[in-house]
Design a protein around this ligand. Structure first.
Ligand code: HEM
Length: 236
């Protein structure tokens, strides 16, 4: 539902600072690094396709990563909803122009805790010779574990390192060749919002401490009970 709302918002009004919903954190700065898929880059630049790629707008390339900077959008304080949209994209070409696939206007939509969807406009012919010209393709899912996150609410920083990116069915249909479920290169991102806007998060040591106290108290009770029993046995 959240994803649908975010997608509708992106499609209708575009993401600009004006569309940042009240009570959420506007993204002031963001940088995403993603290699797309290393084997595809090798294929394109190698002897089979003899091609190359060009980047434009917010998208750059520095071996071996595409970089996305300058996106606009928001994330909510709990970091489980949000959208950041970029302009520009990548055009892969090869096979003397038979292969010319454009992936443009990327959006990273935060769809839940530690999951996001990468949305792209896809244009070009697939290797199966299907011509595609499709906007807002939910291209891939992006997921990560808690250990991959760096969250510093006092500085308004949220970073994710090495998230897993998996091609969706929609992405597979639009891009061709790779089946749904294909693992793409990992993605990392780091974004900044105003300091203090992000939630501090759960203080995990409180339940842990309660559990430790409970275990400690049970062990003590058991020891006292055993002590009583053994003293009892010593009696004639
Ligand atoms: C003249 C037309 C084409 C020829 C002869 C051709 C040939 C090939 C060959 C031989 C491979 C296997 C490469 C390997 O195993 O190392 C391959 C892989 C691939 N081709 Fe094409 N191709 C053509 C067009 C296209 C087009 C239009 C696309 C659209 C994007 C495409 C996408 C791919 C992809 C995604 C792979 C897999 C790369 C990887 O990750 O290993 N090809 N192609």
């Amino acid at each position: 539902m959240r994803e649908a709302v975010a997608l509708a918002l992106a499609a209708v009004v575009g993401v600009s600072p004006a569309s940042v919903p009240e009570g959420t954190c506007e993204v002031r700065d963001i940088s995403i690094t993603w290699g797309f898929k290393e084997s595809f880059r090798s294929y394109i630049s190698g002897s089979i396709a003899q091609g190359s790629w060009e980047v434009s707008g917010d998208v750059g390339y520095e071996i071996p990563h595409f970089t996305l900077t300058g996106g606009t959008g928001y994330v909510d304080a709990a970091r489980d909803e949000g959208i950041v949209a970029f302009e520009g994209g990548i055009v892969f070409s090869g096979h003397d122009g038979i292969l010319e696939t454009a992936l443009q206007n990327p959006e990273l939509i935060i769809t839940g805790t530690r999951e996001a969807t990468l949305v792209l406009d896809v244009t070009g012919d697939t290797m199966e010779e299907v011509s595609v010209n499709q906007r807002d393709v939910r291209f891939a899912t992006v997921t990560w574990g808690r250990g991959a996150e760096e969250v510093v609410p006092s500085e308004g920083v949220w970073g994710v390192e090495g998230a897993q990116v998996v091609l969706t069915q929609e992405g597979s249909d639009a891009f061709g060749t790779y089946p749904a479920g294909e693992v793409m290169d990992p993605m990392s991102f780091r974004l900044e919002v105003s300091p203090g806007c992000l939630d501090e998060g759960t203080i995990w040591w409180i339940p842990g401490g309660v559990a430790a106290l409970t275990v400690g108290a049970s062990a003590l009770a058991l020891a006292i009970q055993r002590g009583r029993r053994s003293r009892g046995q010593e009696r004639p």
